[in-house]
Design a protein. Structure first.
Lengths: 497, 481
C-alpha cells in the first residue's frame, strides 16, 4: 500500500486525499519511508528535512479538515498535501540551497523562490533538495560536488542531467512530482532517461526569481511528473507573471489540465512536423526506432505527419555554449567568499580570497565554462563570438516559427542515446555536450518542450519522445503529448529497485 | 611654448529616489551599516533585478533639462569586474546605448568683480547614462569591512566633451550642473554624502593645436575646490613634464586634496576589460513620446533662464539674483514676496541680506524659516508707506524671524509705528526753530549743515518715532517761509 501511494499520480492521490482514503501526513510518511529505503542506492537527494515535511503535511490536513467542517463539499485543490521535490537550485526559506556545489555547501536560503511560494499557496509540500550537476552544468549529475545520482532503471548508469535528482526521485517513488530547471535540456533529457514526463515551459512563462541562475536568457523552471496531466497541473500552479522577474511575461495563466482535456474531447487532428536534421548521425538506432514507432502511432491516431526543416540546427550547440557560458561567467561572479558561501581559509588578502575561494569552491566543469564564457566576452572577441551566437539564435528561432506555419507541433527524439554508464563520457566534455543536441534549440528559441516516455531499449532502458510547441501555447503542446500517452502504457512501468 | 589644457569631466550624481535602482529597499544615507539591504542588494543566489521607474523618470528629466536627445529605449548592460564593494561582481550599467546623448551645461565664468556678471559658455555633453552605485569599504587593523547600504542606489554618470580649458571652468561647470540637478529635484548633490562625485580627464597640447595630448584620469576629487585645485595641479605637472623634455604617460592618478599632491594609481596596461554584454535579466524599456512629454511638462525653469527673467521682469540687479538664483527655493520665495508687495527690489534686499544672514546665524535651512514671503512683503509695505522707520524695520525683521509673528503684530507689540501726525510734527519743528535763532541765521546764510541742529530736539520730542525724511522736509519748508 505504502509503495503504491508513492508511485501514484497527483490526480489519483488528490482524489484519494479528498475521499479521506489517506491523510497528507500518511502520504508524506510513505514517501519518507520509500526515500529512506531506496535513496541509499539512487542518491537523488542532497538532503531532506523530515520534520519540516511532516509539519507541512499536518498543516495541509488541518486546512483540509477546516474546509470540510466549513462544509463546502467542493473538491480540494489538486496539489493540496502532495509532496513535490525541488531541485537544489530553487530557494526554499530556511532550507539549504547548494546547487550541488562546495561553494554553497552550507548556505541556507533566507527566502522562498516565487515557484516555492506558489507551491505553498497551492497547498503542496516542498519536499527535499534534489541533486544536480553543479550549478546545473552537465547532463549526468556526475558534476555534483556531493554524489552522482544513479538511474533507477540501472544503478550503474546516470539519470541524465542536470536535473538528474528530480527525474530519479519521481521515477523511484521518492516524490510524487518534482521541479527542475532546463537551460539546454536539463529537464527533458533526464526525464527521457528515467521514464518520466518532463517539461520546459516557454521562456517567461514561469518566474525565475529564486532560481540560482546558470544562463539567465535560457533558464526556465518546469515540472517532472508521472503523467502529462500531472505536469499540466504543476505547470498551472507555478506559471504566471512575477513582479520580481522582469523576464516573466504578463499573460494570463490558463487551467492547462482543463484546456488539454477540452482539446482531447474536440478530437482535433494535429499536424506534426518531423525535422530531418534531428534524425542524422549520432542517433542511437534503438532510440530512432522507438521515436519512429511513436510517429507511426500519431499517424494511426489521425495526425498529419509532415517533414519540416530546421536548417540552422547544426549551429545550435556552438551558439549555446557561447551564450550559456558567457552568461554563467557573469552570473557566477557573485560567489566570491565575501558575503556568503565558501571562503578559503588560506586567503591572505581580497584578491587572494577570490582566487583561492573560487579555486576551491567550483568543480572542473564550472571552471571550464566560466573560463570559456570569460573568453568569449573579452574585448576584441565579443563580436566574433557572443554577437554572432546571438544572430544564430535569432536564425534558429526563425527556423522554428517558419515550420509552425505548416505544423502545430514538432516531434523529435529527446536524447540521441539512452542512459549511459557512469564515467563513460565524464572525460570527454564534447561528447557530453552533444547529448543535448536535440534539446538545446528549444532553449535558444525560447519555446516550450516536453519529453514523454516512448519505449525501452532491449536492455530495458527508457527512451523519451520530445514534443516541441509554439510560444505560450503549452495547452496544445500538452494535448499533443497526452494524445500519445493515452494510447501507450510506457509510463506505467516501474524501475526494478 | 604655451600650452592649452583640455579637460573632460565625468560626474556621478546619485538620484534622489525612495527606493534603490533594482529593488524595493529604501535608498538613504547615514543609516546603521548594512540595514538598507535585502536579498537582491546582497546578490543572494537566485535574486533578480527589477527596474525602478522613478529613477528612469529622473534621468529623463535630467536629460530634458540639459537638452539631451533621449533614447527611445532604456537598455541595460553588465560591466564585469571583481571588487568587494560590488555584491554581484558586475555592475548593471548602460554601455553602448546611454539613455541621453548630447546636450550641454550653461556655465558662468568668474566676472571681473564679484558684483559683475561673468561670461556665459555652453559646455557640451557626450552622454548621460544610468547605473547602480556600489557599497563602501572601510579598512581597519587586519580586516576590511563592507557596508552595502549605498549598493544599488541609482547613479547617473554625466560625461562632458573635452571642451573645458581651465580649473575655473571646471569649477563653474560643477556649480552650474549642481544647480540644475537641485532645480530638477534630481539630486541634492551633497558631496559630503557622496551624492556627487567627479573624475577629470586632463591633457595638454601646444596652444592652437587641434590634436589631443595624452590624457591622465584624476580621481578622488572630493569637493568642488579639490576639483579646481587638482586640475590646476595636474595641468602644471603635465606642463612641467613636457617642458623638461618628458612625455605624459596615460594613467590614472589619485589626487590628495589635503597635501595638494597626486600619485599614480594604475597605468593604461592595467586597464580593466569589463566584458560588457546586455543584461539578460532586464528587458529594455521603451521611453515613448507621451512619457517624455509628461516629464517635460513637470520640468522647472533652468537657473540661468530664471536669473535672466528675474533681472528683466523685476529689474533686480545681478548682485541680488546671483545670491537668490542658485537656490531654487530661495528664488521662489523671492518671487512670491515680490508678487505680494509689488516692490521686488526691496523684497530682494531683505531676502538676500537680512533673511540669509539670520538663517546663517541660526544655522537653519530656508524650509525651517518662520519668515514667509508674506512676512517680507508686509514688512516692505510698512516701510514704503512710512508706517515704520528703517531702523525699526530691522528690529521687526529679527523679531519675526524669531517669533514668526507678522510685521503688524510685532509693530503693535513693540510700539514701533512711526509718528505720522503732521500737525504734531509741524509743532515740534516750529518749537525747535524758535528755540535756536543762531542756527536759523546760519542756515539762512548758506550753512547747510546748520539744519541738523533742529533735528535732535524734534526727534527727542517725537521719542524717535518721526520719519527723518519728513522732519527734514518740514524744517526746510518752515525755514524757507
Amino acid at each position: 500500500m505504502s509503495e503504491e501511494l508513492c508511485h501514484s499520480t497527483i490526480a489519483d492521490l488528490s482524489r484519494l486525499l479528498d475521499r479521506g482514503g489517506v491523510s497528507a501526513v500518511e502520504l508524506m510518511r510513505a514517501v519518507i519511508a520509500r526515500t529512506k529505503e531506496v535513496d541509499g542506492r539512487v542518491g537523488a537527494f542532497n538532503s531532506f528535512d523530515e520534520a519540516d515535511a511532516l509539519a507541512q503535511a499536518a498543516a495541509s490536513d488541518e486546512r483540509r479538515s477546516r474546509s470540510r467542517t466549513a462544509g463546502s463539499g467542493a473538491p480540494g485543490r489538486p496539489l493540496e498535501g502532495i509532496p513535490i521535490g525541488l531541485k537544489d537550485v530553487i530557494a526554499v526559506a530556511g532550507q539549504p540551497l547548494t546547487a550541488s556545489s562546495r561553494m554553497l555547501e552550507h548556505f541556507v536560503s533566507p527566502y522562498d523562490a516565487t515557484v516555492t511560494r506558489k507551491l505553498r499557496d497551492a497547498g503542496a509540500i516542498c519536499w527535499g533538495r534534489l541533486n544536480l550537476d553543479e550549478f546545473a552544468m552537465g547532463s549526468s549529475t556526475e558534476n555534483s560536488a556531493f554524489r552522482t545520482t544513479s538511474n533507477p532503471w540501472d544503478l550503474e548508469r546516470v539519470p541524465g542531467g542536470s536535473s538528474g535528482g528530480s527525474a530519479a526521485a519521481v521515477a523511484a517513488g521518492e516524490a510524487i512530482a518534482a521541479l527542475g530547471s532546463d537551460t539546454g535540456g536539463s529537464i527533458r533529457q533526464p526525464a527521457a532517461l528515467c521514464n518520466v514526463v518532463g517539461m520546459k515551459p516557454t521562456y517567461g512563462r514561469v518566474s525565475r526569481y529564486g532560481l540560482i541562475a546558470f544562463a539567465s536568457s535560457l533558464d526556465q523552471i518546469g515540472p517532472f511528473a508521472r503523467s502529462v496531466e500531472d505536469a499540466a497541473c504543476l505547470l498551472s500552479a507555478i506559471s504566471g507573471h512575477d513582479r520580481r522577474d522582469s523576464t516573466s511575461v504578463d499573460l494570463g495563466v490558463p487551467d492547462y489540465g482543463a484546456g488539454m482535456a477540452a482539446l482531447a474531447q474536440s478530437g482535433r487532428k494535429w499536424r506534426l512536423g518531423i525535422p530531418k536534421e534531428y534524425f542524422g548521425a549520432g542517433l542511437d538506432p534503438e532510440v530512432g526506432a522507438a521515436v519512429q514507432a511513436a510517429i507511426d502511432e500519431y499517424r494511426r491516431l489521425g495526425c498529419e505527419i509532415r517533414e519540416v526543416s530546421l536548417p540552422h540546427t547544426k549551429y545550435a550547440v556552438g551558439a549555446y555554449y557561447i551564450i550559456a557560458t558567457a552568461e554563467c561567467s557573469s552570473n557566477l561572479a557573485r560567489y566570491d567568499g565575501v558575503r556568503y558561501g565558501h571562503r578559503s581559509r588560506d586567503a591572505t588578502d581580497a584578491i587572494d580570497i577570490y582566487f583561492k575561494t573560487r579555486a576551491e569552491g567550483f568543480g572542473p566543469e564550472v571552471k571550464r565554462r566560466i573560463i570559456l564564457g570569460t573568453y568569449v566576452l573579452s574585448s576584441g572577441y565579443y563580436d566574433a563570438f557572443y554577437l554572432r551566437a546571438q544572430k544564430v539564435r535569432t536564425l534558429i528561432r526563425r527556423d522554428f516559427l517558419e515550420a509552425y506555419k505548416d505544423v502545430d507541433a514538432i516531434v523529435t527524439p529527446t536524447s540521441p542515446t539512452p542512459a549511459f554508464r557512469k564515467g563513460e563520457k565524464a572525460a570527454n566534455p564534447l561528447a557530453m555536450y552533444l547529448n543535448d543536441i536535440y534539446t538545446i534549440g528549444v532553449n535558444l528559441a525560447g519555446l516550450p518542450g516536453i519529453s514523454i516516455p516512448c519505449g525501452f531499449t532491449r536492455g530495458g532502458l527508457p527512451i523519451g519522445l520530445q514534443v516541441i510547441g509554439q510560444p505560450f501555447r503549452e495547452t496544445e503542446l500538452l494535448a499533443v503529448a497526452a494524445a500519445y500517452e493515452k494510447v501507450t502504457d510506457w509510463r506505467m512501468r516501474r524501475p526494478p529497485l | 611654448m604655451t600650452y592649452e589644457a583640455v579637460i573632460g569631466l565625468e560626474v556621478h550624481v546619485q538620484l534622489k529616489t525612495r527606493s534603490k535602482m533594482f529593488t524595493r529597499v529604501a535608498a538613504g544615507y547615514g543609516h546603521p551599516e548594512n540595514t538598507l539591504t535585502d536579498p537582491v542588494v546582497l546578490a543572494l543566489p537566485g535574486t533578480l533585478p527589477v527596474m525602478n521607474k522613478e529613477a528612469l523618470d529622473k534621468i529623463v528629466r535630467a536629460g530634458l533639462l540639459l537638452g539631451c536627445e533621449i533614447a527611445p529605449e532604456c537598455k541595460w548592460d553588465r560591466k564585469n569586474y571583481f571588487y568587494p564593494d560590488s555584491p554581484k561582481n558586475y555592475q548593471i550599467s548602460q554601455y553602448d546605448q546611454p539613455l541621453c546623448r548630447g546636450g550641454f551645461v550653461e556655465i558662468e565664468l568668474p566676472g571681473p568683480a564679484r558684483n559683475i556678471m561673468g561670461e556665459h559658455r555652453r559646455i557640451a555633453l557626450t552622454r548621460i547614462h544610468l547605473e547602480e552605485d556600489v557599497g563602501k569599504l572601510s579598512h581597519g587593523e587586519g580586516a576590511s569591512l563592507v557596508d552595502f547600504n549605498r549598493a544599488g542606489t541609482p547613479l547617473m554618470e554625466i560625461v562632458s566633451e573635452p571642451v573645458i580649458h581651465s580649473a575655473d571652468e571646471a569649477f563653474a561647470y560643477l556649480t552650474a550642473l549642481k544647480a540644475v540637478m537641485i532645480y530638477g529635484g534630481i539630486s541634492d548633490c551633497d558631496m559630503e554624502k557622496g551624492q556627487l562625485r567627479c573624475d577629470a580627464n586632463i591633457s595638454i597640447r601646444p596652444a592652437g593645436d587641434a590634436a589631443l595630448g595624452t590624457k591622465v584620469e584624476l580621481k578622488n576629487l572630493n569637493s568642488f575646490s579639490f576639483v579646481r585645485d587638482g586640475i590646476a595641479h595636474e595641468v602644471r605637472r603635465q606642463v612641467a613634464v613636457v617642458g623638461s623634455g618628458g612625455k605624459v604617460v596615460q594613467e590614472t592618478r589619485d589626487y590628495d586634496g589635503q597635501t595638494g599632491e597626486s600619485k599614480s594609481l594604475r597605468s593604461k596596461e592595467m586597464a580593466h576589460d569589463y566584458r560588457y554584454f546586455p543584461d539578460p535579466d532586464l528587458m529594455p524599456v521603451r521611453v515613448d513620446e507621451a512619457w517624455k512629454e509628461s516629464i517635460r511638462t513637470g520640468c522647472p525653469e533652468l537657473p540661468f533662464d530664471k536669473q535672466r527673467r528675474l533681472q528683466k521682469e523685476y529689474g533686480v540687479p545681478y548682485t541680488i539674483t546671483s545670491v537668490l538664483v542658485p537656490d531654487r527655493a530661495l528664488s521662489d520665495f523671492f518671487e512670491e514676496a515680490a508678487r505680494l508687495c509689488g516692490r521686488p527690489q526691496a523684497a530682494g534686499n531683505w531676502i538676500a541680506n537680512d533673511l540669509l544672514r539670520e538663517l546663517g546665524a541660526a544655522k537653519l535651512e530656508l524650509a525651517q524659516s518662520r519668515v514667509t514671503p508674506r512676512h517680507v512683503a508686509e514688512l516692505v509695505v510698512l516701510v514704503e508707506t512710512g508706517a515704520i522707520l528703517s531702523n525699526a524695520a530691522k528690529e521687526v525683521f529679527i523679531d519675526m524671524f524669531q517669533t514668526g509673528d507678522l510685521p503688524d503684530a510685532v509693530v503693535a507689540r513693540k510700539g514701533l509705528r512711526a509718528e505720522t501726525n503732521p500737525d504734531e510734527l509741524e509743532r515740534w519743528c516750529s518749537d525747535a526753530i524758535a528755540a535756536n535763532p543762531k542756527s536759523v541765521a546760519d542756515f539762512k546764510s548758506g550753512k547747510e549743515s546748520a539744519i541738523n541742529a533742529f533735528k535732535g530736539p524734534v526727534m527727542r520730542a517725537a521719542k524717535g518715532k518721526a520719519d527723518p525724511k519728513r522732519v527734514d522736509e518740514t524744517l526746510r519748508r518752515l525755514l524757507a517761509g
